[in-house]
Design a protein around this ligand. Structure first.
Ligand code: G6P
Ligand code: MN
Length: 438
């Protein structure tokens, strides 16, 4: 089988070692010739180069490593781009989280107005990168994790309708793995029916092939009685999943909600744990980013070092399993972010939705729901879709008015006055990370 060249865009990310180790683990199904780290942050990329070089020398000295800031070098001749770029890095994530919090609103990386601020930055750098990929590697598959995914997917669909991209998020896997951990299931046996937007959806059914039935009612009962098992989690994630338990107990008796819905329905509880001076971005800088620096120092200080503290994880597994499903035409099932086009029949066809899809050599084949969704879910989704579409319009048309409409329509925002204040503040702090709005 042909050996692949894989470019990790956002190569300096703390997720890179996990992705690489997963690729290496599947060496039969996913033969690797070269790994390229592409990042506009030279320091972070070269730090990660040291870590990846260490891992390759231990396990696969035959694999070539290229570390580059140059798009032509990064993409020419590559087969897969795994994208996890984060425009503005953690420093700008910190602003996305802290500015809305100052006004008492949800301050979150991908949800609420923080997500919209990030969306404006992310569209600009992601679309520029897709332009390079179209030029230098028109046949490559882009497997994309770049957030905020629904906004990115909508903008790519408008500008590059024919590009080979699959937009994926690992959150549904994280939820399913948590169900395994909490109640002793095995998600490999699940055929799940889920629908929504990215970070905004519901499980409708979880069919267990070993039991021959839908086990979602039983799962919901268990969550109500025992709660989810958050042991061993970082406190901020534990809190998130505890609020998810609350949502099941108090609001969604039939459907299992994605934990991210709390930012739109239980803002009070999502906010109760927040420290406006120390948010998740600060935690990540003090943990995941610090670990990169520490590991590099460890490698440099110990020429005979045997192992470092990185392992394969579900984040990497999802993206690698997708690549394998394409290469081997496996038709494996994933939750992916795709144009609706009737899959959810009572939702506007031009929405970008997250639903189950089969992945094969041709790309993505979405599964039609065949029946409509309840009004509560539909109403929430349509407001969110409209707000995101307005934001994407604002980006392409450089329209301040559309951006303001998007901000005011966002379901975390109580009134247009606050929307405008926060928009103006974001315009200020984002500077050239955003397109100019007139
Ligand atoms: C989940 C989401 C991602 C998100 C990440 C944030 O994996 O699906 O879209 O970026 O959480 O995690 P962090 O540890 O950076 O807060
Ligand atoms: Mn995600």
């Amino acid at each position: 089988m042909k050996k692949n060249v894989v470019t990790i865009a956002g190569g300096g990310s703390g997720y890179t070692p996990g992705i690489l180790l997963t690729v290496l683990k599947f060496k039969e199904e996913f033969p690797l010739k070269e790994i390229r780290l592409y990042d506009i942050d030279e320091q972070r990329n070269s730090d990660m180069g040291i870590i990846v070089d260490f891992l390759l020398k231990k396990q696969r000295p035959d694999v070539k490593l290229t570390v580059t800031q140059d798009p032509e070098t990064a993409f020419t001749g590559c087969d897969f781009v795994f994208s996890q770029i984060r425009a503005g890095g953690m420093k700008m994530r910190e602003k996305d989280e802290k500015i809305p919090l100052k006004y008492g609103l949800v301050g979150q990386e991908t949800c609420g107005l923080g997500g919209f601020s990030y969306g404006m930055r992310s569209m600009k750098s992601f679309l520029e990168m897709v332009g390079f990929i179209e030029k230098y590697a028109p046949n490559a598959w882009i497997l994309n994790y770049t957030n905020p995914e629904s906004i990115i997917a909508e903008s790519v669909r408008r500008k590059f309708p024919n590009i080979k991209i699959i937009n994926a998020c690992d959150q549904t896997i994280s939820i399913e793995e948590l169900l395994d951990k909490s109640f002793g299931y095995d998600r490999k046996n699940f055929i799940a029916q889920y629908y929504g937007l990215n970070h905004f959806g519901w499980y409708k059914e979880i069919y267990d092939v070993t039991r021959g039935k839908d086990i979602l009612p039983e799962i919901i009962e268990k969550i109500k009685k025992q709660g989810l098992d958050v042991s061993g989690m970082e406190p901020s994630w534990a809190h998130t999943y505890n609020v998810m338990t609350d949502m099941v107990r108090e609001f969604f008796p039939k459907y299992l909600p994605n934990n991210y819905l709390q930012y739109y329905l239980y803002e009070d509880r999502a906010l109760e744990k927040e420290n406006p001076n120390y948010t998740r971005a600060n935690e990540v800088m003090d943990s995941r980013l610090k670990k990169i620096k520490d590991t590099v120092a460890e490698i440099k200080a110990n020429p005979n070092l045997d192992t470092i503290d990185y392992a394969t994880e579900s984040h990497g597994l999802y993206i690698v399993e997708m690549a394998i499903s394409i290469l081997h035409n496996k038709n494996d099932r994933f939750m992916l972010i795709v144009p609706n086009k009737g899959a959810i029949p009572n939702l506007r066809p031009d929405a970008v939705v997250e639903i189950p899809c089969y992945v094969n050599a041709k790309g993505v084949e979405p599964v039609s729901m065949r029946e409509g969704i309840p009004d509560l879910h539909k109403g929430m989704m349509e407001a969110q879709v409209a707000a995101e579409k307005l934001l994407v319009d604002a980006f392409f048309e450089h329209s301040y008015q559309k951006a303001l409409e998007a901000f005011a329509l966002n379901q975390t925002v109580p009134n247009a006055t606050i929307a405008k204040k926060i928009l103006n503040e974001f315009i200020e702090v984002n500077g050239d990370y955003w397109v100019e709005l007139k």
